[in-house]
Design a protein around this ligand. Sequence first.
Ligand code: SF4
Ligand code: SF4
Length: 253
Amino acid sequence: MDKTESLVRMDAEDTFKFNCMPGVSCFTQCCQDVTIILTPYDVMRLKNSLKMSSDEFLDEYTLIFTSKDKLIPLVMLKMNEDDKKCPFVSEDGCHIYNDRPWPCRMFPLDINDDGTFRYITDKSRCKGLSENISWRISDWLVEQGIPIYEEVNALFSEVINPLRAQSLDIDNPKIYKMVFMALYNLDKFREFVFNSSFLSKFEVDPVIIEKIKRNDLDLLKFSFDWIKFGILGQKTFQVKPEAVPKDNSLKDN
Ligand code: SF4
Ligand code: SF4
């Protein structure tokens, strides 16, 4: 079943026709003036793809929107000021294609809240939708490398969904900075873990310590657990007996 109306809801077993390639008349036009919200995993993939530090990437390529009543800031990919194009697009296409953010992988589809799919563009703008290559959506998602994004973003949701559900009464700016660092600035978070009293305060399996030293994805998963412990009060960390704190929250770190 092919469905082309933008409001139609499709499920993973539905098919759609699409092919994007150099030569199509709209090639790269969808890579300008777009709002792309980056998850922590997107930022991790992008800064590593560009061989930049987290700080450098965040400074150069993102806009960060903070709000006093939201602990998790909104991090957006910054379009060029002059031509409004994505900084990573060229005539040949996306030059960070293997590490492009989640929304770029999903295009021309998006996911509804109920897990169904919809078009976010139409044939007049995206000529690829008039091509005669048919995709089952579930196969398309795999082809686009979506599963690892789904897996890590599901872990991220375990952090942000409870925060959305409860009203926050946090007035310590250090906590906002700590949460931002743990999620989006992994290089700084690694420095914090290894160059502060962190490891003398908390029980951390030596195997995990070795993993987070070297692997950003392991470190990101570790950071999710850290926020669950410090902000959500979940028992994801254990304090060492010799380091009994006055208060188990992030406030002391
Ligand atoms: S608008 Fe569609 S066909 Fe054109 S470049 Fe973007 S994804 Fe490809
Ligand atoms: S990251 Fe790549 S695919 Fe996404 S908008 Fe930029 S150039 Fe296009």
